[in-house]
Design a protein around this ligand. Structure first.
Ligand code: ADP
Ligand code: ADP
Length: 229
């Protein structure tokens, strides 16, 4: 589903590359954690998948397509197939929960009847059944993140990218978010989650891809946050 073939990303020619000859393959339906300290290249990895940047060398394939070769009018279609969740939720503060999720369908031209049917279903999937009328500020952080996940997956993307999705949440709330991401993964979506959260990684026992200074230091199935345990 996602393949990096010897990918190098140089932002600043005087600094080391943000990614340095990275080769990774993530299969359709996998759940993978991307771990490593700040500056190790996690965000760069996610940006290259979304084609927010183009690699300096090597190739990035998403669903079989070399994303660097997509003409600019095809990039929106690539991104439609990829849901994204951030640490800071990024909800529209003046819209209800329902409208926040509906918005993602409106922008791709889904009709009202489909939206009215689909939004309650996805709210139920993320554990927010019956909360469509609430405003974001009336929700806890964990609930806001569930709304953000609902919005990210409502158009059934093949891939969900999560960039530190539990970074603003307490451990118990974070575990609830992980259950939601696990459920979405079990429904067939490939999930890639960048995180520093060792407790979360250790509790999930999923694939761990560890980056350090732009290189892949470790890539293990059913792994822990650190290898020496
Ligand atoms: P992480 O997400 O793991 O914190 P990043 O991918 O953000 O790591 O950063 C990897 C390296 O690339 C860092 O050295 C960072 O300073 C550098 N970098 C990231 N984005 C840019 C940019 N837009 N311009 C210049 N350098 C960048
Ligand atoms: P906007 O503010 O962007 O116009 P709306 O609030 O009208 O968005 O929401 C878009 C669609 O969702 C409309 O079809 C609307 O009827 C429906 N909708 C909005 N909020 C709710 C809700 N709480 N329960 C059921 N349907 C809703």
């Amino acid at each position: 589903m996602i393949r990096f073939d010897n990918v190098t990303m140089v932002y600043d020619k005087k600094a080391r590359p943000a990614l340095d000859s990275v080769s990774i393959e993530i299969e359709r339906g996998e759940f993978a954690f991307l771990v490593g300290p700040s500056g190790s290249g996690k965000s760069t990895f996610l940006r290259l998948v979304l084609r927010e940047d183009r690699a300096t060398a090597g190739a990035v394939f998403v669903a079989g397509q070399n994303v660097a070769k997509l003409s600019s009018w095809r990039v929106p279609r690539l991104r439609r197939g990829i849901g994204v969740v951030f640490q800071d939720f990024r909800l529209l503060p003046q819209k209800t929960v329902f409208a926040n999720v509906a918005f993602a369908m409106q922008v791709i031209g889904k009709n009202r009847s489909v939206i009215r049917e689909t939004v309650p279903e996805v709210l139920k999937t993320v554990g927010l059944e019956g909360m469509g009328h609430r405003m974001p500020h009336e929700l806890s952080g964990g609930e806001q993140q569930r709304v953000a996940i609902a919005r990210a997956v409502v158009n059934r993307p093949g891939i969900l990218l999560a960039d530190e999705p539990t970074g603003n949440l307490d451990p118990t709330t974070s575990q609830g978010i992980m259950q939601v991401l696990d459920k979405i993964n079990q429904n067939g979506t490939t999930v890639v989650m960048a995180t520093h959260d060792d407790d979360i990684v250790n509790s999930m026992r999923k694939r761990v891809i560890e980056l350090g200074a732009g290189r892949v230091l470790r890539d293990e199935a059913k792994a822990l946050y650190t290898s020496m345990m």
